[in-house]
Write a protein that binds this ligand. Structure first.
Ligand code: UDX
Length: 442
């Protein structure tokens, strides 16, 4: 096959990353086969159901299925037969009891695919992996694939944010192509042609750099968040105002306001585990000192959760026996993802301290209920606020931001609110008679 011809794609792993990638690529005109070991996931996707919350994706799945260009399977044999370019999109969670990344799924996917690669093909890693993984996988592919060294590996890190996954996939800020040959580059260019035609910037580099770009980007973002949250700690000590401080820094073009929002800090399936895995890998490589600050970034982030509980305790004069409305469970708005969610961490701690905590989230309630059945849940923001001694905003859904302080005052026992995300207009709430508190604000 001519390397510039439009390739047939497989996408291995149909979680957040893989499902989004498979659907978007089919919508962009490619023939795509989504592959997963989980038959239920495959069945749900094939029947037009996106198994997680992602705005805009269900509509695109319908469109892709209707086009006839998107199918799903559990068969790696079919994948090997079908695909010219195979995207690896499986998860790399944190290992239990360690900071290292768990590469079980990556290794299993490569070992399942390789024996079915009987002709020249490109395997493209998109998963976030410790630097050096691509080099190791290249060896496994060459050993196990019948096509041997005709199978090449490239690395193309994915930067999509949950909640904006479609846009980030269709119109990314940049594409990073880690390749070992011109052929691999041409194949990748063909696989991303419609996105490249939008003028998307491309960085061509080696495999190790491409692996590093992803963890370096996430580490930078995590550091930026923890930086402003560290400033919030200082503000608290001197009675200064972190909101005004952050707004002032954001106006400096060199700093910018993105990822500079103070509050409860970061969570989710990427930032926390990626900075830990990076620090761990750097230590293995003997350059741990270079990124030892990431341990501090993690500690600052964890302290924000404890400090939020302290703020509630200070306000109430103790948590035991108090009625607490917890607004939010997802790690961020527009997501149903509760992995390492700061909101649920805070809710569980307050529950553990004897608080009568009731949680509401517009999208993540089912996931939260399943993971933490010991917590109590309600049907709406106002429902959980019924007779509350305090309302604690933990995830900045617009549903919460739009709530009228006067309306909320009708249902609570005491007009006290802790704004864990600096999402509310403090003046407005105070003017309506509320005691308003937020981290880093006097
Ligand atoms: C992140 C990266 O942004 C993305 O590029 C990568 O591919 C995967 O990891 P995601 O986990 O979806 O994406 O969430 P993101 O929007 O980055 O938010 C991460 C966390 O940081 C959330 O908990 C959010 O609430 C928090 N955050 C973000 C802050 O606390 N303050 C900010 O200013 C920004």
């Amino acid at each position: 096959m001519n390397p510039t011809e439009s390739p047939r794609l497989t996408v291995i792993g149909t979680g957040y990353l893989g499902a989004t990638h498979a659907i978007c690529m089919a919508v962009l005109g490619f023939e795509v086969l989504g592959v997963d070991v989980d038959q239920r996931k495959v069945d749900r996707l094939a029947s037009g159901e996106v198994p997680f919350f992602e705005p805009g994706l269900p509509e695109l799945l319908t469109k892709a299925l209707e086009s006839g260009r998107l199918r799903f399977t559990t068969s790696f044999e079919e994948a090997g037969e079908f695909g010219d370019v195979h995207f690896l999109c499986v998860g790399t969670p944190q290992q239990p009891g360690s900071d290292a990344a768990d590469l079980t799924y990556v290794d299993a996917a490569v070992r399942a695919l390789a024996p079915n690669l009987t002709r020249r093909a490109l395997v493209v890693g998109k998963s976030t992996v410790p630097v050096g993984t691509a080099q190791r996988i290249t060896g496994v592919l060459h050993d196990l694939a019948p096509a041997g060294e005709d199978v090449e590996l490239a690395w193309n890190p994915e930067f999509l944010r949950e909640g904006f996954a479609v846009d980030d996939t269709m119109r990314p800020d940049r594409l990073v192509f880690g390749v070992a040959s011109d052929w691999a580059l041409e194949r990748l260019e063909a696989a991303f042609r419609p996105i490249l035609d939008l003028g998307t910037p491309v960085v061509r580099t080696d495999l190790a750099t491409a692996e590093l770009v992803k963890v370096a980007a996430n580490s930078f973002l995590a550091t930026k968040i923890s930086y402003i949250n560290a400033m919030a700690e200082v503000c608290e000590a001197v009675g200064a105002d972190i909101k005004h401080l952050a707004d002032s820094l954001a106006l400096d073009d060199r700093i910018g306001g993105k990822f500079l929002k103070p509050g409860l800090g970061f969570g989710g399936g990427c930032l926390p585990k990626d900075i830990r895995a990076f620090a761990h890998r750097a230590e293995e490589l003997g350059v741990g000192q270079a990124v030892s600050f990431l341990r501090e970034v993690d500690d600052i982030n964890r302290r924000r959760r404890a400090r939020t509980v302290d703020l509630v305790r200070e306000m109430l004069g103790g948590i035991s026996g108090k009625r607490i409305a917890a607004w939010g469970a997802a790690f961020k708005p527009n997501s149903d993802d509760i992995r390492d969610a700061p909101a649920l961490d805070v809710a569980r701690t307050m529950h553990g301290l004897g608080g009568h905590v009731r949680v509401f989230d517009p999208a993540a309630l089912d996931n939260a209920r399943r993971a933490f059945p010991e917590l109590r849940y309600g049907d709406s923001a106002l429902d959980v606020a019924q007779d509350a001694d305090v309302v604690v905003l933990l995830t900045e859904w617009s549903d919460f931001k739009e709530i009228d302080p006067e309306a909320l005052a009708q249902v609570v026992r005491h007009k006290r609110i802790v704004d864990g995300r600096h999402a509310l207009d403090a003046d407005r709430w105070r003017a309506a008679g509320w005691e308003y508190r937020a981290l880093g604000r006097s």
